[in-house]
Ligand binder design. Structure first.
Ligand code: IPT
Length: 942
């Protein structure tokens, strides 16, 4: 037995040269997906190779589903997933891997279908196996391979027989390839993409390269299909019927992500007809202005980083899940995807062609763990590894080259710098000079066509936009993108709108990709809800850093996605109520607005009183127009919406909120002492403490000052960051254990005044807090005055009061921002209106529980029989557990409803930022302690 291939730096032996992938053709194929016999061994050499021989009886073997990861099957009997961000989960000694190398032997038998032609050739294709596989067919060793998220094909025709074929695949979790696959994700071994047997008739297609350029100056497309096997190309709709290798120029409609026009065609090589979907487009880096242009027009990427994820199946995604991703992206106006950090299932790119998304296709290469040793021994800078790197580059480019959606090739992620990367770039340029090259890890941009960064803060991005970024001159000539920004871990990301303003202001900034699309939570209904790093007892792990997406693991959009969708909406609608006008700006790069219809509504107190349609001139990309609104009385608010032909809202805008009605101070009831109580209007208080007991008969847990929130992942900040980490500092200052000292309860003529000082043990900082209660016969008003004392060097998490209502409180109605959660720097999607919900639905179920669920700009809220009016507007939060419970919870299942509904009425909130892996909260969203006064009026609902 030889296992030298496992830690051999070379990529493999026996496979066919890589070539274009296509979903189907006239040639027959047989899916080998399904149930396979399976046996797991703790080491490469636990079992010999006899299982691959014909006639082997797999007695006592288990089964797994292919495609799939064995660690996600067998209820824990086949090991567990393990999560690390960048640390290798084994000793770093390239190219060696541990003796304890889980090895899964897979076996299946198959018969050829009756209609399978008797003549010869066939190819066995693996679309993805992690991380190293050795393959036998009918007892013959046909080769072995590495490169987990890349296809590998073998010629097997000579080995096939009509029935009883035995396919044996031995998969090793760890191999030299693991050193090249150190992406921030779960380690998930297995045959996780399709296995297919392809009939290869005589004169079948081999590899072919569809070149479909668009000339925007003439409106023509030029098609040339280079094919290893000569044949004919037909595109009936264009009247094209040409030989392979010949160029044909015809008038066409171009392909863009906004207008994904595809032409159906075929490649016919005599023995095989391959359907083509041709999109004509030309991508260049324009030397005149240093911008990435498609069909002559600069593009702005409004992108996401997409890992493949399914909460039960890991990276084994079915077509419906891929389609769901694309549909959700389109619904939220996302126009670009970086396939972080490996080529996706090839069918995903078909969907990108069809629905329209710009794609940065990224190679399956990351060596991030070498950063721990200052990049010494980095495979990306070691000639011995270069063949493996080139193999990966070729497998990606050859597989995906016929997709119009792919506009940039990315060499990989976080692989340092080095000769191997340069070799990849040179090879790619030679093979496909019609696309651009991306790589972020080299600040000198030696191999790339774009200056790409991750997590740069707003100020730096602005400097780059202005061309003040310094660096090598060659880099200054390049366009800029953020291949990662706005780390969407937990609550957030904050600051998206502020970034978008920069991207729209400076041409050189060609957009950005949110990190990342989906939380990689592993479904674990009973125990955790969703598991994250550490939940499987991993030796090394990075906790919930694996849950940092815009979608929850079950693909429910998080508030972050709703915010992102609003920030990047393709039409900007700005309503000026005073001028009676609305300004409509077309923010598409290619489309006019003729597919949209516009309506207005005029709302008073959040309810529409009048509505109508708005006629907006046909605006081309980048154009804007001012449109008159009908005359209206004062005091209301305008909402203008744009909808597509299906009635889907594509954009909206509101006029500035009308000012709050001034409440005349007619709260003249007198507080009266009655035994242990003080009564005041509809309320009763504890006479000793001044604490509110009841209002209009409703028992309450008295409101008192609250500054604490369960720190968000962005409050906590990344451990490696030198930045101010607020979650830690807040605890250090004791903001989670503030003490409330009572300094006096005073009964005045028309007010009950309670004087306090709120401060943490061990510190001299504090908040002088005065509660002034006034009332009329029905209404009770609380005015809170806060004055900070001492040297507050940190912002407050929040500033407001918390009170408790009886647990029966459920239905909620409010007039304010909604329908979803919002914080100072995540509030673009909140629109003013009257909203209804219930307490459970107000919660945002972050995989690791943390502060969530605030509603912005609330003017009044009704809950538990009470109506609360704010003066001024407030942030409203209600939950069935306390902030302390929320703070202590590690998983959703730790949150157990109690018998009180806790309500926070906040005058202010600290922003969210994106410091879980990026910049913190911008200065304008910081809650700096300063004197404040705010009021709430309570009354019982009839
Ligand atoms: C960056 C990685 O490219 C990405 O894979 C992911 O780990 C992300 O961070 C954080 O979630 S690397 C960053 C530590 C600079």
């Amino acid at each position: 037995m030889s296992f030298a291939y496992v830690d051999d730096v070379l990529p493999g032996h026996g496979s066919l040269p890589p070539r274009a992938w296509y979903a189907a053709s006239s040639a027959g194929s047989l899916s080998l997906n399904g149930q396979w016999r399976f046996r797991l061994a703790p080491a490469v050499d636990t079992y010999d190779e006899s299982f691959a021989a014909e006639g082997y009886e797999a007695d006592g073997w288990s089964e797994v589903t292919v495609p799939g990861h064995w660690v996600l099957q067998g209820d824990g009997a086949f090991g567990s997933p393990a999560y690390t961000n960048h640390l290798y989960p084994f000793p770093v000694d390239p190219p060696h891997v541990p003796t304890e190398n889980p090895t899964g032997d897979h076996l299946r038998t198959f018969d050829l279908p009756d209609e399978w032609p008797a003549d010869g050739a066939a190819t066995l294709r693996f679309d993805g196996v992690e991380s190293c596989a050795r393959v036998w067919l009918n007892g013959t060793d046909i080769g072995e391979f590495k490169g987990s998220r890349l296809p590998h094909e073998f010629a097997v025709g000579h080995l096939l027989r009509p029935a009883g074929n035995v396919l044996a695949v031995r998969v090793h979790q760890w191999s030299s390839g693991s050193y090249l696959e150190d992406q921030d994700q779960w380690w998930l071994p297995g045959i996780f993409r399709d296995v297919t047997l392809l009939h290869r008739p005589a004169d079948c297609a081999l590899d072919f390269f569809v070149h479909a350029a668009y000339d925007h100056t003439t409106g023509t497309g030029t098609l040339r299909v280079d094919s290893d096997v000569d044949g004919r190309i037909a595109v009936p709709e264009l009247g094209v019927d040409a030989a392979t290798g010949d160029a044909v120029t015809v008038p066409v409609e171009p392909w863009t992500a906004e207008t994904p026009r595809l032409y159906a065609g075929t490649l016919d090589t005599g023995g095989e007809r391959v359907p083509l979907r041709i999109g004509f487009r030309t991508v260049v880096l324009d030397p005149a202005d240093g911008l990435i242009k498609v069909n002559g027009t600069p593009v702005l990427f409004k992108g996401v980083n997409r890992h493949e994820w399914h909460p039960e199946h890991g990276r084994a995604l079915d077509l419906e899940t891929m389609r769901r991703d694309v549909e959700l992206m389109k619904e939220h106006h996302i126009n670009a995807v970086r396939t972080s950090h490996y080529p996706p299932h090839p069918a995903f790119l078909d969907l990108c062609d069809e629905y329209g998304l710009w794609v940065i296709d990224e190679c399956d290469l990351e060596t991030h763990g070498f950063i721990e040793q200052g990049w010494r021994d980095n495979p990306a800078d070691d000639d011995r590894w270069t063949p493996a790197l080139l193999d990966r580059a070729a497998r990606m480019v050859e597989r995906d080259k016929n997709h119009p959606s792919v506009v940039l090739w990315s060499l990989g992620n976080e692989a340092g710098t080095g000769r191997g990367l340069t070799a990849m770039a040179e090879w790619i340029r030679g093979r496909d000079p019609e696309r651009l090259i991306h790589y972020e890890g080299d600040l000198n941009c030696r191999d790339t066509d774009v200056y790409s960064r991750m997590y740069a803060d707003h100020a730096e991005v602005e400097r780059v936009g202005r061309g003040l970024d310094g660096g090598p001159a060659s880099r200054r000539a390049l366009p800029f993108i953020l291949c990662e920004y706005a780390h969407a871990m937990g609550n957030g990301p904050g600051g998206l709108a502020d970034y978008q303003r920069l991207f729209e202001t400076y041409d050189r900034l060609q957009g950005a990709f949110v990190w990342e699309w989906i939380d990689h939570g592993v479904k674990d209904e009973g125990r955790y809800g969703y598991a994250y790093g550490g939940d499987f007892g991993e030796e090394l792990h990075d906790g919930n850093f694996v849950c940092d997406g815009l979608l929850f693991p079950d693909r429910t959009p998080s508030p972050g996605l709703v915010e992102f969708g609003k920030v990047i909406e393709p039409v900007r609608i700005t309503v000026d109520a005073a001028a009676g006008t609305v300004r409509v700006t077309n923010r598409y790069d290619f489309r006019d607005l003729s597919h949209l219809s516009f309506t207005w509504s005029y709302e008073v107190e959040g309810e529409a009183v009048e509505a109508g349609t708005l006629s907006v001139p046909r605006l081309g990309p980048g154009e804007a127009a001012e449109v008159k609104l009908p005359p209206s009385p004062d005091g209301g608010q305008w909402t203008v919406r744009a909808r597509d032909a299906d009635g889907q809202e594509v954009a909206w805008g509101q006029s500035a909120a009308p000012s709050l009605p001034v409440q005349p101070e007619r709260f003249e009831e007198r507080p009266v002492r009655a035994g242990r109580l003080v009564t005041l209007g509809p309320a009763a208080f504890d006479a000793r403490t001044g604490a509110l007991r009841t209002v209009g008969g409703v028992e309450v847990v008295a409101p008192r000052l609250d500054v604490w929130r369960a720190p968000t992942d962005n409050d906590e900040g990344g451990s490696w960051q030198g930045r101010e980490r607020l979650g830690l500092q807040w605890r250090e200052f004791g903001l989670h254990r503030m003490q409330h000292r009572l300094d006096g309860v005073e009964l005045g003529d028309d007010a009950l005044t309670v004087r306090t000082r709120v401060a943490p043990a061990g510190r001299d900082i504090g908040l002088r807090t005065v509660y002034r209660w006034t009332a009329d016969a029905e209404r009770l008003r609380l005015t809170v005055s806060v004055a900070p004392e001492g040297d507050w060097r940190i912002p407050l998490p929040r500033l407001g009061v918390r009170l408790g209502l009886p647990g029966g409180a459920d239905a909620v109605r409010w007039f304010g921002g909604g329908p979803g959660e919002a914080y100072p720097d995540t509030r673009s999607a909140a629109r003013l209106g009257v909203w209804r919900s219930d307490v459970d639905a107000l919660q945002t179920p972050y995989v690791r529980p943390q502060e969530n669920g605030a509603r912005a700009d609330v003017r009044w809220a009704e809950l538990g029989g009470l109506r609360i009016d704010g003066d001024p507007e407030f942030w409203f939060t209600a939950r069935r557990w306390t902030t302390e419970h929320l703070d202590a919870a590690a998983h959703r299942t730790d949150l157990v409803p109690g018998d009180t509904v806790w309500v926070n009425l906040d005058h202010a909130q600290q922003g969210i930022g994106s410091q879980s892996c990026g910049p913190g909260v911008l200065p304008q969203y910081r809650l700096t302690p300063s004197p404040a006064q705010f009021a709430f009026t309570f009354r019982v609902l009839a």
